[in-house]
Design a protein around this ligand. Structure first.
Ligand code: CTP
Length: 403
């Protein structure tokens, strides 16, 4: 998964020979999980067909305010298109379109969409080297960047004219990479390290049996993805879970027992900025683990248990600059118990979920939480998906850390 995943991208195609590469660009964006729509200038249709781009983007492609050949034509609303997009990318961006963008000309759908878009706009110039070097083109680049648009510089190489120099549109891979890096560089957790414990632990009784719990690991995985989408590098220390994690910024460290989890936390805690303990760690483990499978007998059977390390408590004692978040899953006296855990474990925030709330807890896809900060101020949230709960938790963390 990339930070682009789930984002809505509007690609504006203008009439340059590099337009043929936009088929590849659309495919790359679709591959990383974005939703793509395309608008074209009328002249760009000489270089690539709308049918190609609508097939690849799985969305209709428009180049005029309404389709003249269609008697049931509807108005292609440039304002809606501009509002729909999280990002607009004008590629290839010809000298003609760029100068119109700089002067506020809006004589086609693409330009009108650009003018009404509120989202960040990238432009990837493509033109011959002398056009690229021309002082008026440089003035245009400068003006467009002063307006807040982001330029993806052209590359050097052989141009359609046969001349060699700067003016070739950046390759589709380079455009995706540029946009991804630019987005990450502006994210609130850029350069931060986040450590998350998640999932159950299994405490061995013998080679075939263990003491475990019903935690799926989903809440911690959603927290890891939320942190990664905010630009953080995440170490996710994950107990046995059937769920898959797929995000380029999430490093998964698989563990089985509370002891394994403790050691993984000790190795990764010092250099993290935020640590979140969402794992359902066993509080007890068998004192002796049998090498052989234990055979049944006619008599009753009991297992001697000993305490596991309280990992979160250790993090609280060792805390330096880390922002420390714990979880409390309670069945009674919920707020009081959560506040005590917050204090006893030296936390900055605790996420309380009550098993009395339908849809809350560690098995399903939803959760209902209250967040309690170090001043014991409480914010209660509605029942939501765990992905949405993860967002709420990071909003609160960012507010409390003043990010
Ligand atoms: N935790 C931990 N290591 C443990 C046990 C719990 O890191 N050995 C963490 C959990 O990840 C969670 C919080 O501590 O963030 C839960 O607090 P805890 O007091 O241990 O809750 P319970 O295990 O539910 O304890 P109690 O039986 O006292 O309610």
């Amino acid at each position: 998964m990339s930070v682009l995943s789930g984002k809505k991208i509007l690609i504006g195609v203008t009439a340059g020979i590099a337009a043929y590469k936009i088929a590849g660009l659309v495919r790359l964006f679709i591959k990383v999980g974005t939703e793509v729509k395309v608008v074209m200038t009328p002249a760009s249709k000489d270089f690539i067909t709308p049918l190609t781009l609508s097939t690849l983007s799985k969305n209709p492609v428009h180049s005029s305010f309404y389709d003249q050949e269609d008697e049931n034509a509807v108005w292609n609303n440039h304002v809606d298109l501009g509002l729909w997009a999280d990002f607009m990318i004008i590629a290839p961006a010809t000298a003609n379109t760029l100068s119109k963008m700089a002067t506020g000309n809006s004589d086609n759908l693409l330009l009108a969409t650009y003018l009404s878009a509120k989202c960040p706009v990238y432009f990837a110039p493509a033109m011959d080297l002398d056009m690229y070097k021309h002082p008026s083109t440089h003035e245009t680049f400068k003006k467009l960047q002063e307006f807040g648009n982001i330029m993806i510089p052209a590359e050097s190489g052989e141009l359609a004219s046969g001349l060699v120099g700067q003016g070739r549109m950046a390759e589709p891979e380079a455009i995706v990479d540029f946009v991804e890096k630019d987005i990450v560089s502006k994210l609130p957790l850029k350069g931060q390290r986040v450590l998350i414990t998640a999932g159950p632990t299994y405490e061995a009784i013998d080679p075939v049996r263990f003491i475990g719990n019903h935690s799926s690991g989903r809440m911690g995985i959603e927290l890891a993805c939320a942190a990664a989408n905010l630009g953080a590098q995440v170490d996710l220390i994950l107990g046995p879970s059937s769920l898959k994690v797929d995000h380029s910024f999430v490093n998964v460290i698989n563990v089985v027992s509370a002891k394994d989890m403790y050691h993984a936390v000790v190795s990764n805690y010092n250099n993290c900025d935020i640590a979140i303990a969402s794992a359902a760690v066993a509080d007890y483990r068998p004192k002796h683990v049998s090498d052989q499978k234990i055979k049944k007998a006619d008599t009753a059977f009991s297992i001697d248990l000993e305490r596991t390390q309280d990992i979160l408590k250790w993090m609280g004692v060792e805390k330096k600059n880390q922002f420390l978040v714990g979880f409390a899953l309670e069945t009674d006296n919920e707020e009081e118990n959560a506040k005590n855990k917050l204090k006893n474990k030296n936390l900055d925030l605790i996420v309380l979920n009550s098993l009395n709330d339908k849809g809350a807890g560690f098995k399903g896809k939803t959760n209902k939480v209250s967040l309690i900060n170090h001043k014991f101020e409480i914010k209660a949230f509605e029942l939501k998906t765990k992905a949405a709960v993860a967002q709420d938790i990071f909003n609160e963390i960012n507010t409390l850390r003043n990010v």
